[in-house]
Design a binder for this molecule. Sequence first.
Ligand code: ATP
Length: 310
Amino acid sequence: MESTTIATRGTTNRRRGAAAAANIHQKIVVIMGATGSGKSKLSIDLCTRFFPQSEIINSDKMQFYRGLDITTNKITVPERNGVVHHFLGEFDPTQPEVTPSDYRSLAGSAISDISARKRLPVLVGGSNSFIHALLAKRFDPGSDLFNGPDPVSSELRYSCCFIWVDVSLPVLNWYLAKRVDEMLDSGMLEELAEFYDSDEFDSVMGRGGLARAIGVPELRRYFSEDLGGGGERAYEEAVGAIKENTRQLARRQVEKIKRLREGGWDLRRVDATEAFRAVMGAESGGRAAEIWERQVVEPSVKIVKRFLDE
Ligand code: ATP
């Protein structure tokens, strides 16, 4: 897909004009959860098999940008199964980073547009400050919701159905370490080597955004002789740091989700722990899939159906 800068997106927004106004009667489904908890898989299960009139809006702030698809864990085109995704790899990483205010306006326009076409917007991703910026009725770009004194407001711009895919942290941590190994096996190192070597590397590094994706700073030392890297030890250290930073990210994401829930957001928790345990254990893949279906997909379908029927 062609990359888009904030400036050209802004023009598109203005052209959309009045359609961009938020509307409390617009229904949207929001799938939240820590990194690795299965949000993308659940969203595709729901959108392909149960709610085919849906379109997905990405809310992972590292996946907004073109590039580093393995490092940032973007869902692949075959995995998307034909479901339309918005804001997935659409932005130019050499341009100023997308802010929560930008996202509020851009994703707000996308929601109006999708709703106007009588389709269902499904927000999926782990960047909770962006989700908050988009959905809160009142948004102050200057305040830091999760670190400042401001309480979370339960007043929202849309009629939202929140599903929180939760996995107990010890189980999720095990899975996240395995996922980092799988990402490395599937080409993360080569992807980053190419990125550090690319013409746009310096401009991306100056921009925030993609430069902060977990893996980019950690593996840089390994690749950089100037920084004394390159050896096996530097590699092991980098991989250890990636695993630890991913675990920290998951922990912080769960804290933020709980904060939104305590602030009155009606998050419906769906527990995927058993499905992950089945993946961990000696059980066959079929058993994990069956538990996923019964304990995650079925309850989620019920929640969404009830919401759409209201
Ligand atoms: P904050 O308030 O800290 O900005 P947030 O909810 O907006 O939090 P998160 O999505 O939690 O943002 O991301 C925080 C950090 O986690 C990012 O700056 C990045 O280092 C890392 N991160 C998040 N998503 C990814 C991803 N898909 N790939 C790699 N790193 C990621």
